[in-house]
Write a protein of this length. Structure first.
Length: 161
């Protein structure tokens, strides 16, 4: 699964917004300069995030955007869904009748919502507060991290083809 550029940019912008003082007003220009997200894209995303209740906007002098709720109450899933819509892994899992040649015989389709729910649950476990805090020294990326289960060994360890 890969995020679109818009969702990726939203995930970059929201932690920058969360690092500001609570209730501090932000402009798209400020976030664009801080994050490198192009200004027209930052403007579009801030409107979209506000429409989904993640930011609140105020017009006029001293206006701008602020987080709609505390950073620990906004999840990564909230941000992604504000930009992408509901998290579904396949087109057939979104509840819309798509043309699929396998639809009449597919045994997996009834289970795809389970997969989507698992992904959403995982993304929901990551808060904006976590995303906006400084990375811990020595933190590994998921791709390079050692397995978390103690004593875990790949099934193929020690085997030779």
């Amino acid at each position: 699964m890969r995020l679109t550029h818009l969702a990726d940019y939203a995930v970059v912008m929201m932690p920058a917004a969360a690092r500001r003082e609570p209730c501090a007003r932000l402009s798209a220009t400020d976030l664009s300069e801080e994050t490198g997200v192009p200004l027209p894209t930052a403007q579009k995303l801030m409107q979209k995030l506000a429409a989904h209740g993640l930011l609140v906007g105020q017009r006029g002098a001293g206006g701008g955007y602020a987080l709609a709720r505390p950073a620990n109450e906004i999840s990564l899933a909230d941000i992604v869904e504000a930009v992408e819509g509901p998290i579904v892994l396949t087109m057939c899992a979104d509840g819309v009748n798509h043309e699929c040649a396998l639809d009449a015989h597919c045994k997996v389709k009834p289970h795809m919502s389970i997969v989507g729910d698992a992904i959403r649950t995982s993304l929901s476990a990551v808060s904006l507060a976590q995303l906006s805090s400084p990375a811990k020294a020595g933190a590994q990326t998921r791709r390079n991290a050692a397995p978390s289960a103690p004593g875990w060994t790949p099934a193929f360890a020690g085997e030779r083809p």
